[in-house]
Design a protein around this ligand. Sequence first.
Ligand code: MTE
Length: 310
Amino acid sequence: MPRFKLSLPAPSEITTQSIFSQRRRLLVAGASTLALAATPPAWASPNPRLSGRPSPMSSDEKPTSAQQVSSYCNFYEFGPDKDSPSRHAHRLQTHPWQVSVDGEVKRPRTFGIDDLLKLAPLEERIYRFRCVEGWSAVIPWIGWPLASLLKQVEPTGNARFVEFTSLADAEQMPYIRLPLLDWPYVEGLRLDEAMNPLTLLAFGMYGEVLPKQNGAPLRLIVPWKYGFKGSKSIVRIRFVEKQPSTAWMKANPDEYGFYSNVNPAVPHKRWLQSHERRLGEFFKRPTQPFNGYAEQVAHLYAGMDLQRNF
Ligand code: MTE
C-alpha cells in the first residue's frame, strides 16, 4: 500500500450522530416488513434505500458517520489516495452485474445481482472495521452470511479455500492501467473462515445500497481481519484446493500475510498495530485481538503460531 497520509475530515464533513440514530430507529421499526419485501433496489439511482433486520451479532458501539466512511476509502482500481475512490467510482456500472461461483463445487452457478440479493434474508450488522494502516470505524452493513451462498453450490471434498476476484475493467476503473497491484484484486479465506457466521456478503451500508467507492454492488466483510481482506465489487467466488495468491501478498509478501487477522501483538513494518484511530476521533484507542471478535473466531486458529501466520 502506498505510504499513509493521515488526514482527518473537517468537522463540517461529519454527519451528526443524532441524524444517523434517528434514521436507524426508523429502519429498525420497519425492518422486518422491508426485509421480507426484498424488492430489488433501483441500482441506477444514487444510493437507493436497502434495509435488513437488525442482527443480534451487531456491536453496540456508536457507528462512524456515513459521510466519513464513504469519503475516506481504499479502492486502488480508482486511485491510490483516500479521496480518489469517491471522486472516480461514479464510473462503475453496477447493474447489470453477475457473480460466478465455481471451482471445487458440485453445482457451479452464475447469479445476477438481483437474484443474489434475494438469496437470503438481509440483515443489518454493525461491525467494527480495522484498516491495517491504523484507522478504524464502526459500520452498519446490510447483507447476509456468506455461508448462505457457499452451501448452495455444494463444495466438493477438495475445497479448502475460497478465492474472491474483483472486477478489473480499465474502461470503468482508470487505475487498472497502472501497475499499482497485479490486477485483478484477489483475496482469499480458508473454507472455515468463509463459512464462519460473522463473514458477511454486503450489498449495503447505513440503510442504502453500497456507495460505489465502498464496493458496490457487493463486497466481502470479515470483521476480525484487516480491511484489505474485504474484496470490493466481486465478480467471481471460486473454491480451490490450494491457498490463493492474493494481490497484496504478491505486492509485498513481507508486509501482508494470508491470514491478516487483526493482531495488536504483531507489528506491521510501517504502521502501529497496537492502537488505532477511529475516523472522526482524535485520541487513539488500543486495538483488540481479532478486532474484538476473539470469542467467535479464536478457535479457528488453535495451535497456530500467529506471529508466523500473520
Ligand atoms: N477491494 C478492491 N477490489 N480493491 C481495493 O483496493 N482495498 C481494500 C478493501 N477492498 C480494496 C478492496 C482495503 S486496503 C481496505 S482497507 C478496504 O477495502 C477499505 O474499505 P472502505 O474503503 O470501504 O473502508
